[in-house]
Design a binder for this molecule. Structure first.
Ligand SMILES: Nc1ncnc2c1ncn2[C@@H]1O[C@H](COP(=O)(O)OP(=O)(O)OP(=O)(O)O)[C@@H](O)[C@H]1O
Ligand SMILES: [Mg+2]
Length: 615
C-alpha cells in the first residue's frame, strides 16, 4: 500500500471518529439542556408553589376577588408548567404526578375554601386551608426536590461531558502519537537507513544493500537505490578494470621501452656485428661493431648496399643462398672470407635468422656476425703445426728405427769381440783388465738390449701389422708359454678370466700381454710366489682389461711416468730391465685406439688396466 493511501486511510479513519464525537457531545448537550429545562420548570413550580402558598394565606385573610384571581393565576401557571414538564424517568415522573395530584387537590381545596368563605363556614375553611397549605408545602418540597435532582443531573452531565472530552482528547492524542510512531517507523526508519546507506556508499562500499522490502514508495525507492548501487558497482568495477588495464598497459609500455633500451644498448655495445638485411641482400641496419669490422666510417657508407659484396667472390653464392633460406623461414650459419671496405682480409662467421612483424611476415634477415679472422689464423697455424709435428714425429720414428736397426750390427760386432776378448784373455792379463773387459761386455749387452727395446718401440708405429680378429685367449696362452721360464722359476700362478676376441695387431697384442704379465711376475715380493690374473670387462664402447698381481706395488706419484721410455723405479741390481716395456705397451694400446693406466698400493699389488674399442 502506498504512503499516500496509508495517509488517506488514517485521515479517513480520523474523520470517521469526528461525527461519533459530535453525536456524543450533542447527546450530552441535549440531555443537559433537558435537565436545565427541568430545573428551570422545577424552579418555576417552586416559585408558583410559594406564590400559591402566599396567595392562599392572603386569600384566607382577605378573601377578595383579586386575591382569588392571583391564586388562580399562580395555580394555572404551575399547572401549565407541570403538564409541560419534560420528565421521562419513572422516579421524576412519580414526583411530577404527585405534584400534579397535589396541585389538583389544592385547586379543589381552594375552590372549597372560596365556597365556604362565601357561606361563612369558618371551621371548615380553616381545615381546608391547613390542607391547602400542607399541599402547597408538599408541592414546594417536590419542586425543590426536582430542582435538586435536575441540578444533580446537570452536574453529572457536566462531569460526563468533561470526562468524555478528556477521554476523547486522550484517545485522539494517543491516536496521533501511535500514527506518528507508526508513520515514523514506516517512513523515517527506511529514510534513515537510506541516508546511512548513502554515507556507506559514499565511503566506497558498493556492496551495501538497504534490504528494505515494502510495497510502498519507500520500498520502491529502496529497491531503486539498491539497483542504483549495483549499477554503480558494475560501473565502478568496469572503471576499475579500465583503470587496471590502463595501468597494466602503462606498465607493459614501460617494460617495452625498458626492453627496447636494453636491446638498443646490447646492439650498440655488442662486440659482434648485428645487422638487418632485406630480401634482395641490401643492408638495412648495422650496429657500430659491424661498421668497425667492415672498417666503414658511417652507416651511410654501407646502408642500401648489397651485403654479399663484402664476402669474397668464392662465398657470394653461399651468402645469397643463406639470405634466400632465411626468407623461407629457415635459420643458417655461414663462415666466409670477406674483405673490409679498406681492403683488409677477414674471416667472418654469420648466424642468420628471420625477423617477423606482428602479422608473421618475414621483414628482414637478422644477422649476427663475428670476426673469426684470429681464430681462423690460429686454426690454420695449429693445423700447420700438427702437420709439421706429425711429419717430424714420423721422421723421428724413422730415424729411431733406422738408427736402432743400423746400430744393431756394429753393436753386435762390439759385443761379439768384447765377449771373445773376455773368453780368450780372462786371467791372462791383470785383474784390472779383467774388470774393464767385464764392464765392456755388460755395457755392450745392455746397450744391445736398449737398442732392441728402442727398435721394438719404434716398430710399434712403423712396422705395425694389419688389424684382424684376434682371440685373446690364444694370445694369453702364447704369452704365458713365452714366459714359462720365469714363471716356473718364480713359482708364479698365472690365471685368466673370460677373454674376448678383439680387432687388432696380433703380434703387438702378444707383446702387450707378455710385457704386462712379465712385469707382474718380475716385480714380485721376495719369497712370495706371484699371483697374476688377467680379466676383461665389457664397457659401453670398448673392452676393459685388467692384469692384476700381488707384487711390490707402485707409489701413486709414479703412476704416470711409468709409461715413459726408460722409466725404471729400481736399480738394475734389484730388478733387471730397460724401462721400455710399459712405453711399448702404451704405444700399442694407443695404436689400437685405447688407453692404459695403473692402480696400485705399495706392497699389496698392482693392477694395469687397458682398453680396446670394439672392432
Ligand atoms: N707389475 C709391476 N709391479 C711393480 N712395479 C712395476 C710393475 N710393472 C712395472 N713396474 C715398474 O715400472 C718400471 C717400468 O716398467 P717397464 O716394463 O717399462 O720396465 P722394466 O720392466 O723395468 O724393463 P723392460 O720391461 O724394458 O725389460 C719398472 O722398472 C718397475 O719399476
Ligand atoms: Mg718390463
Amino acid at each position: 500500500m502506498t504512503i499516500a493511501k496509508k495517509l488517506r486511510m488514517i485521515v479517513l479513519l480520523s474523520a470517521g471518529t469526528v461525527p461519533v464525537f459530535i453525536l456524543l457531545f450533542a447527546l450530552a448537550f441535549m440531555m443537559q439542556s433537558r435537565a436545565q429545562e427541568r430545573m428551570t420548570a422545577s424552579d418555576s413550580i417552586a416559585r408558583a408553589a410559594a406564590e400559591i402558598n402566599i396567595h392562599s394565606g392572603h386569600y384566607l385573610r382577605h378573601p377578595e376577588e383579586s386575591m382569588y384571581a392571583k391564586w388562580m393565576g399562580a395555580y394555572n401557571s404551575a399547572a401549565k408548567i407541570l403538564k409541560q414538564m419534560p420528565v421521562k424517568d419513572t422516579e421524576n415522573r412519580v414526583v411530577v404526578d404527585r405534584m400534579l395530584r397535589n396541585l389538583s387537590e389544592m385547586n379543589t381545596f381552594f375552590s372549597e375554601l372560596a365556597a365556604s368563605s362565601e357561606k361563612g363556614r369558618r371551621m371548615l375553611s380553616s381545615r381546608t386551608a391547613d390542607a391547602l397549605i400542607m399541599r402547597a408545602g408538599e408541592l414546594t418540597e417536590d419542586a425543590f426536590r426536582l430542582v435538586a435532582v435536575s441540578d444533580e443531573e446537570i452536574r453529572s452531565l457536566n462531569r460526563v461531558l468533561i470526562e468524555l472530552f478528556t477521554i476523547i482528547s486522550v484517545l485522539l492524542t494517543l491516536a496521533v502519537l501511535l500514527t506518528s510512531v507508526a508513520l515514523g517507523r514506516r517512513i523515517s526508519g527506511p529514510i534513515n537507513k537510506l541516508r546511512a546507506g548513502t554515507e556507506v556508499i559514499g565511503s566506497g562500499n558498493l556492496d551495501y544493500r538497504t534490504g528494505i522490502r515494502s510495497d510502498d514508495e519507500i520500498g520502491q525507492l529502496s529497491e531503486a537505490f539498491d539497483q542504483m548501487t549495483a549499477s554503480l558497482k558494475t560501473i565502478t568495477v568496469s572503471r576499475d578494470d579500465l583503470a587496471n588495464e590502463v595501468a597494466e598497459r602503462i606498465r607493459a609500455e614501460e617494460a617495452l621501452r625498458q626492453n627496447q633500451r636494453f636491446l638498443e644498448t646490447v646492439i650498440r655495445n655488442a662486440p659482434a656485428c648485428i645487422k638487418l638485411v632485406a630480401e634482395d641482400g641490401s643492408l638495412l641496419q648495422m650496429n657500430p661493431a659491424g661498421l668497425s669490422i667492415l672498417e666503414a666510417d658511417s652507416i651511410e657508407q654501407v646502408q642500401g648496399k648489397n651485403i654479399s659484396s663484402c664476402a669474397s667472390f668464392k662465398y657470394q653464392p653461399a651468402f645469397m643462398n643463406l639470405i634466400k633460406e632465411v626468407f623461407q623461414a629457415k635459420t643458417g650459419t655461414l663462415e666466409f672470407e670477406a674483405v673490409s671496405l679498406k681492403g683488409k682480409p677477414l674471416w667472418l662467421s654469420t648466424n642468420a635468422a628471420p625477423l617477423y612483424d606482428n602479422a608473421g611476415t618475414i621483414t628482414a634477415l637478422l644477422g649476427i656476425t663475428v670476426d673469426i679472422t684470429e681464430r681462423k689464423r690460429a686454426e690454420e697455424e695449429r693445423e700447420k703445426l700438427i702437420r709439421e709435428l706429425a711429419r717430424s714425429n714420423k721422421e723421428l720414428e724413422q730415424f729411431a728405427y733406422v738408427a736402432s736397426h743400423d746400430l744393431q750390427e756394429p753393436l753386435r760386432m762390439v759385443t761379439g769381440f768384447v765377449s771373445l776378448l773376455e773368453q780368450k784373455y780372462k786371467g791372462r792379463l791383470d785383474e784390472k783388465a779383467d774388470k774393464y773387459i767385464r764392464f765392456a761386455v755388460d755395457g755392450s749387452v745392455r746397450m744391445q738390449k736398449l737398442i732392441e727395446g728402442l727398435l721394438a718401440y719404434s716398430r710399434v708405429s712403423t712396422r705395425g701389422g694389419e688389424f684382424k680378429r684376434v682371440e685373446l685367449v690364444e694370445v694369453f696362452h702364447e704369452a704365458v708359454a713365452n714366459l714359462s721360464a720365469s714363471i716356473q722359476e718364480s713359482k708364479a700362478h698365472v690365471a685368466r678370466g673370460d677373454l674376448p676376441a678383439v680387432k687388432g695387431d696380433e703380434m703387438q697384442l702378444l707383446q702387450l700381454l707378455q710385457n704386462l704379465i712379465g712385469n707382474a711376475v718380475k716385480f714380485r715380493k721376495p719369497d712370495v710366489p706371484p699371483e697374476v690374473h688377467i680379466s676383461a670387462q665389457k664397457k659401453e664402447k670398448e673392452w676393459m682389461f685388467e692384469v692384476r698381481d700381488n707384487g711390490i706395488g707402485i707409489k701413486k706419484e709414479n703412476f704416470d711416468k711409468l709409461f715413459q721410455v726408460f722409466t725404471r723405479l729400481h736399480s738394475r741390481e734389484e730388478y733387471a730391465g730397460t724401462g721400455i716395456g710399459l712405453a711399448v705397451c702404451k704405444k700399442i694400446v694407443e695404436r689400437h685406439g685405447g688407453r692404459i693406466w695403473v692402480d696400485s698400493v705399495p706392497w699389496e699389488g698392482s693392477s694395469f688396466f687397458f682398453t680396446i674399442p670394439f672392432g
